[in-house]
Design a protein around this ligand. Structure first.
Ligand SMILES: Nc1nc2c(c(=O)[nH]1)N(C=O)[C@@H](CNc1ccc(C(=O)N[C@@H](CCC(=O)O)C(=O)O)cc1)CN2
Ligand SMILES: Nc1nc2c(ncn2[C@@H]2O[C@H](COP(=O)(O)OP(=O)(O)OP(=O)(O)O)[C@@H](O)[C@H]2O)c(=O)[nH]1
Ligand SMILES: [Mg+2]
Length: 464
């Protein structure tokens, strides 16, 4: 996309989170940003300072006798080499609701309009500095809850996904151009067959590349959102102790009183490179206590929503009906069974459990910490069968919108291939190939519709 700056109105927002803090930033972007700042600032003439400088001064209210509002530092960044490609002013003021809100009100009274959520980033997109998938990466970066998610988002922000998508689109354009030439100049007999053959080969190759990209989506989604992992088991078997061990922190309350955990508790933790969204649940059993019953219901719900269940059993006691119920309830889920309290005399072993080869059974103990490493290894193996170490530049698809568009493009290519193989004319296949090209273009926003874009940026935070 060409760098083409349109003259939009000047927007302003508080870009730091609301509340008391050391410093807050009020950000302005647009052709009037510098003039607005000059009206409310006392210090060096901002029109004469060099670009990309930060300048000491005071914010004053020109409509109220020039009374001082705050002592500040003001950054001046001139178009087009800025975040939005427009003139950007950032007022670094003292953190605090009164100061920040008064400065925001002041810039709004002096010619700026309140920015919509995500509008600064939207301008960076509209002005061609970043594409749509990079804009989405900004959001992912802010919301990253794990290091892996942060890395994947930064990789996308750097444009690595965009490059892959652009290449795929170029390959499609090349095929279409080639077909066009062959149709227009059938210089020899059999041009039709040659064209069909070429289209078939190329479409198959492109389809395979898209399929490979889609294969990263499962891992990508896990890396982005964390794997929903529910720790379940009847009361007092050691669920909260396990959570604490995986967190390396005494987060959950552990006591010898059954029913200690009354509500689900969740935490993000990196286990051997797999970001887990760990959910400690209340022990599942029948109870007459109302509060406890709600906790138990939530535990059952946690099993339903889990990508992975860690089912904890107490190896120092025989299997109970509740244990059996949980074994049945999780039979269809990805699960790992933990035989806990193996430091005590054992009354329950793997031999007493249903034998199915896809469920790993691990002996653990909160006392000796045995089994923690084994558990981490099994989790890593379950989700990174093709090797856990990915390169920083390896492209990974993490976004549901991208996944859906890639799937659509894949379907379009399948239609192309099936059609050609069934002997349909080349111009029908051309249409589906064109569709794939458009679907891929929606990922980067080379092809976008206004409504979709508004929906997308609405989800951003204010000031971003
Ligand atoms: N104070 C402040 N901190 C911030 C931001 C900001 O806008 N303000 N950012 C905002 O999210 C992030 C940094 N991202 C940025 C990305 C691009 C440009 C930018 O000006 N790009 C120009 C010039 C690059 C250059 O000088 O080489 C360009 O790409 O043309 C600025 C910030 C995080 N920290
Ligand atoms: N000996 C031994 N005791 C353990 C082990 N794991 C946990 N415990 C003890 O068992 C008791 C219950 O542990 P918790 O981690 O609170 O069990 P829970 O499953 O979260 O219990 P609820 O929240 O009540 O459902 C505590 O006294 C722990 O110290 C273990 O491996 N060996
Ligand atoms: Mg507990």
């Amino acid at each position: 996309m060409a760098l083409m700056t349109t003259d939009y109105d000047t927007i302003a927002a508080i870009s730091t989170p609301p509340g008391v803090g050391g410093i807050s930033i009020v950000r302005l972007s647009g052709s009037e940003a510098l003039n607005i700042a000059r009206r409310i600032y006392r210090g060096k003439d901002l029109a004469r300072v060099a670009t990309d400088t930060i300048n000491y001064g005071h914010i004053i209210d020109p409509q109220a006798d020039h009374r001082e509002i705050d002592e500040v530092m003001v950054s001046v960044m001139r178009a087009p080499k800025t975040y939005t490609c427009e003139d950007v002013i950032e007022i670094n003021c003292h953190g605090g609701l009164q100061v920040t809100n008064q400065i925001l009100q002041l810039v709004l009274r002096n010619g700026a309009r309140l920015a919509e959520p995500g509008e600064f980033t939207k301008r960076a997109f509209l002005n061609g500095r970043i594409d749509l998938s990079q804009s989405e990466a900004v959001m992912d970066l802010i919301e990253a809850k794990t290091d892996a998610a942060r890395k994947a988002a930064l990789n996308q922000l750097d444009g690595n996904l965009s490059v892959v998508i652009k290449k795929l689109r170029q390959e499609i354009v090349d095929v279409l151009a080639n077909v066009e030439v062959n149709i227009d100049y059938p210089e020899y007999d059999g041009a039709e067959e040659v064209t069909t053959q070429l289209m078939l080969e190329r479409a198959t190759a492109i389809k395979e590349k898209i399929a490979n990209l889609l294969k990263t989506a499962q891992q990508g989604k896990v890396l982005r959102d964390g794997l929903n992992t529910a720790i379940v088991g009847r009361p007092n078997v050691g669920k909260s102790s396990l959570l604490n061990r995986l967190l390396h922190e005494e987060k959950a309350i552990v006591t010898d009183v059954p029913g200690t955990t009354r509500d689900t508790l969740d935490e993000y933790v990196n286990v051997a490179g797999v970001p887990l969204h760990l959910i400690d649940t209340a022990g599942i059993h029948t109870t007459t206590d109302k509060v406890e019953q709600i906790g138990v219901d939530r535990s059952r719900a946690a099993i339903q929503q889990a990508d992975l269940v860690l089912l904890v059993l107490n190896a120092s006691e025989p299997l109970t009906d509740s244990d059996q119920e949980l074994l049945d309830a999780t039979a269809e889920t990805n699960r790992i069974i933990l035989l806990n309290k193996t430091d005590l005399p054992q009354q329950l072993t793997a031999a007493d459990l249903p034998q199915d080869e896809k469920t790993a059974i691990i002996k653990t103990s909160a006392v000796t910490t045995d089994g923690t490493q084994a558990l981490e290894n099994v989790i890593a193996k379950m989700f990174f069968t093709d090797g856990i170490t990915r390169n920083q530049t390896d492209v990974m698809v993490t976004n549901a919108r991208h996944i859906s568009l890639l799937q659509q493009a894949l379907d379009s290519l399948t239609t192309v291939i099936d059609g050609l193989q069934a002997g349909l004319p080349v111009d029908i296949a051309q249409i589906d190939l064109q569709n794939a090209w458009e679907q891929l273009g929606e990922i980067t926003g080379d092809n976008y519709d206004e409504e979709l874009m508004d929906q997308l940026f609405e989800q951003f935070c204010i000031g971003k």
